[in-house]
Design a protein around this ligand. Structure first.
Ligand code: NDP
Length: 444
């Protein structure tokens, strides 16, 4: 396999899908050597079968807004691979959603889920519908219309969706309610459900907490403590909030949060009371992060990202490609020592090169943000067995999984000079398990 050739071929067959090529390129470049040590992989054209999704469902979603106007959006579900378990991955509702973005996310999810050690395949879906500015009733009608199309393609042993950008507890509740109505079954077909109807404790916290657990393992390889470090976090949604919460518990100082309109910088640090304010502002009132600056009299920068602020650690937790080469250079020049990704693919390839060539500890999202899907996997186990585990039990399992993912990265990513390439480690480890499963299952 020649990575360049495979990527060129994908570009020819699937034009205008830049995020998808970006994700595939990163993985293929880092697994190329290992892949080529196995001629049996090439003999069964494993690489094309691994890069191209098993199938893609796409559909029109029609709903009526509060003014009585009929609206249409596009809906998608990319079922990338079920080699190691049922398809599993979130739904994203955001105006920017298109097939390229969902194909990159589903591809990444396949490797991430493999890393978790749980039996889950990879998928992703969503819509170009944005819940921003919509009433609860509009969001509910949209979710019902979306599920009316999707339900035939999912199930507890087939494909188990969850949340992502724009899909939180409210949306999962509406989606699950309508799925239940259509199927007349109460099964664990979605994760991220409310605690009253099958959700798992620690699921809302899992991605953010997991990222901090992963970060601590990375820092420990250099004997560095997290306590007292200054951290820039981007985003102010689910992942950012619980990243900030765990960082606070660990004695670190969080100085930034953002949304798609701008970022706030609080030099004194976002303490527990301020974080409670953010959670209420974002989750209850669906407000803007700008309001934090008005409330606490701190700096707000409209239309910008927080990477220009001085920090020891950066934890991007908003969206893809939110750290470019200039941002990366600024972080390095400001003394940043570690970047641990909460979002999926938040750093551009050029930014990753800058982090790695300057000796920063750099964790790609598919390793460091895998805590979310891990606890979704634990939610599936609890649903299947009609069990409810305590917070302590789930958190312990999450900590063990993150330790295991870190160990896999070290095992497969340690370079001759003793440093760890976490990108290589995560990709090779995730890939080998999926590849072996595919080889054992024949040509499909
Ligand atoms: P939320 O919708 O809860 O929050 C997303 C945050 O990012 C919001 O603050 C949002 O601002 C901001 N944001 C979204 N799009 C953009 C953009 N184009 N530019 C700047 N800011 C943006 O989503 P999550 O916290 O769940 O997801 C954040 C990231 O983490 C995503 O990359 C997701 O794929 C990833 N992830 C999430 C997991 C989970 O368990 N939820 C699991 C693993 C990864 P605004 O409110 O203005 O839109």
């Amino acid at each position: 396999m020649k990575a360049e050739q495979v990527i060129d071929d994908l570009k020819r067959r699937f034009p205008n899908e830049p995020e998808y090529y970006q994700a595939v390129t990163e993985v293929l470049k880092s697994i190329e050597d290992v892949y080529n040590e196995h001629p049996e992989f090439e003999a069964s054209n494993l690489i094309e079968r691994l890069c191209i999704p098993d199938r893609i469902h796409s559909f029109r979603v029609t709903w009526v807004d509060d003014k009585g106007k009929v609206q249409t959006n596009m809906g998608y579900r990319v079922q990338h691979s079920n080699a190691i378990g049922p398809y599993k991955g979130g739904l994203r509702f955001h105006a920017s959603v298109n097939l390229s973005i969902l194909k990159f996310l589903a591809f990444e999810q396949t490797f991430k889920n493999s890393l978790t050690t749980l039996p889950m395949g990879g998928a992703k879906g969503g819509s170009d519908f944005s819940p921003r500015g919509k009433s609860n009733a509009e969001v509910m009608r949209f979710c019902q219309a979306f599920m009316t199309e999707l339900w035939r393609n999912i199930g507890p042993d087939t494909d188990v969706p969850a949340g992502d950008i724009g899909v939180g507890g409210r949306e999962v509740g509406y989606l699950f309610g309508w799925y239940k109505k259509l199927t007349r079954e109460h099964t664990g077909t979605l994760t991220g459900k409310g605690l009253e109807f099958g959700g798992s404790l620690i699921r809302p916290e899992a991605t953010g907490y997991g990222n901090v657990y992963f970060l601590k393992h990375m820092l420990a390889t250099r004997g560095i403590a997290l306590k007292g470090k200054t951290v820039c976090v981007s985003g102010s949604g689910n992942v950012a909030q619980y990243t900030a919460e765990k960082l606070l518990q660990e004695g670190a100082k969080v100085v930034t949060l953002s949304d798609s309109d701008g970022y706030i910088y609080d030099p004194d640090g976002i303490d527990r009371a301020k974080l409670d304010y953010v959670m209420e502002l974002k989750n209850l009132y669906r407000g803007r992060i700008r309001e934090y600056a008005e409330q606490y009299g701190v700096k707000y920068v409209a239309g910008a990202r927080p990477w220009g602020e001085k920090c020891d650690i950066a934890m991007p937790s908003a969206t893809q490609n939110e750290i470019n080469a200039d941002d990366a250079l600024t972080l390095v020049n400001n003394g940043c020592i570690a970047v641990s990704e909460g979002a999926n693919m938040p750093s551009t390839p050029e930014a990753i090169k800058i982090f790695q060539s300057n000796g920063l500890l750099y964790a790609p999202g598919k390793a460091s943000n895998a805590g979310g899907v891990s606890v979704s996997g634990l939610e599936m186990t609890q649903n299947a067995n009609h069990l409810n585990w305590s917070s302590k039990e789930v958190d312990e399992k999450l900590q063990n999984i993150m330790a295991d993912i870190h160990a896999q990265c070290v095992k497969y990513g340690t370079l001759p000079d003793g440093s760890v390439d976490y990108v290589k480690g995560a990709n090779v480890s995730g890939f080998m398990k999926v590849a072996k499963a595919m080889m054992a299952q024949g040509i499909l």
